[in-house]
Design a binder for this molecule. Sequence first.
Ligand SMILES: Cc1cc2nc3c(=O)[nH]c(=O)nc-3n(C[C@H](O)[C@H](O)[C@H](O)COP(=O)(O)OP(=O)(O)OC[C@H]3O[C@@H](n4cnc5c(N)ncnc54)[C@H](O)[C@@H]3O)c2cc1C
Length: 458
Amino acid sequence: MFDVIIVGAGPAGIFTAYQLLEKGFSGKIAIFEEGKTLEKRSCPKNITKKCVQCKPCCNITAGFAGAGAFSDGKLSLSREVGGDLPDLIGADHAQDLIDYTDKIYLKFGADEHVEGVEDIEKIKEIRRRAIVADLKLVDCPIRHLGTEKAHALYLKLQHYLTDNGVSLFSESLVTDLIIKDNVCKGVVVGDKEYYADITVVATGRRGADWLDQMCRVHKIASESGNVDIGVRVELRNEIMEEVNKALYESKLIGYPKPFFNKVRTFCQNPGGFVAQENYEDNLALVNGHAFKEVKSQNTNLAILCSHHFSTPFNQPILYAQKVGQLLNMLGDGHILVQRLGDIRCGKRTWQKELAMGNVRPTLVDAVAGDITSAMPYRTMISILEFISQVDKIFPGFGGSETLLYAPEIKFYSNRIVMDDKLKTTVENLYCLGDSSGWTRGLMMSSVMGVHLANTLTK
Ligand SMILES: Cc1cc2nc3c(=O)[nH]c(=O)nc-3n(C[C@H](O)[C@H](O)[C@H](O)COP(=O)(O)OP(=O)(O)OC[C@H]3O[C@@H](n4cnc5c(N)ncnc54)[C@H](O)[C@@H]3O)c2cc1C
């Protein structure tokens, strides 16, 4: 019997446990995590040079520190970025918690330097060009941990939690929640049941599907949200130098013609590397990250187009999965890559053509092909129009050598219905982080964990 069971050891789960300890909580805390502890997590691709589809789960997205472990570790220090949690708990409170949580990251070794706050004149100039291009530039200071430093920082947190009495059950997949008469009593792992006064589900994007299923089985109220489908763009650092230096990350939002869907840039990695991550049912998605020390000649960033469904179809996760599967099928299970110029000419890209230009793909096992054969028309047109707008801010962005990788999908769907104390409609059950639909980033998911621990110990 535990006092608190946390499902998922990503930033949301970790910071719940951390803050409970910080608040002097003396109850028994257990974390159940499907993946491995941090020291055992490594991606075989570093040796094999291609994804071997680790079983039972991907080492990049599962394990202590969740998707944060191998992430670029960009901590967004503004409440305007990272999800809708501020709508739930109040914008000012969210900002206070970001500032507080940032100090915890600093305590565990984050770099003191903050990007995007120094060259004010240059930022003003970039904003002016964004306005002319009908795009909004969002202000967001960034603390960049870097992939290797993020790993070390979360390892310190892992040791801190276990040294302070938190029971960490790694390689322990939670398959069900024990809910009776609308009260959550614990979780099921394999053939064992574990009971607790409070159960916290923080299963991240990879666990969003499972949580969706739990909502249907146990009648936990949720509402369908958006899903973001798009591409990862890779181009030479020279094209992005100005913004990389001034802001590190350009957070641009637009509503391009003719559909006016929300399209935005996300997760920019100067000198970074494009990466593959694998989800359930072998769904391969593209992502990106950057090391603090080792740099490539390229910058990568995502361009994501938001989709919302209502009636008669309202399953955004399923929709995006189908799109992802189609793109994976065309890439024979790999990430597809295509040159922008080829898309404009209506032709596929051939593997040998990738070696001909200035932009060499950093995801070496991506397969050259035709993204447009699988990407929905509405999504593709919105992305191409958005790229033309960004090209007005950073000339060359829309050049013919620019690489587009797909599928890049962000499953934020099914927002769990909860109040400002994060109470769900099932008693003693709390849902946090990216799987709750309220966050979409390292800082905001960490903040949600801190907020829950604060409310539980009040
Ligand atoms: C390659 C990459 C780069 C990224 N870069 C950035 C970045 O620079 N900045 C940023 O803000 N965000 C970034 N992100 C996103 C960020 O990592 C996530 O938003 C964040 O980790 C979400 O935290 P979380 O705790 O909600 O979920 P996660 O970190 O996904 O953790 C959830 C954990 O739950 C476990 N789990 C799932 N289901 C179960 C189950 N049934 N039983 C037991 N355990 C389960 C998973 O294995 C996982 O470890 C990146 C993501 C990736 C993949």
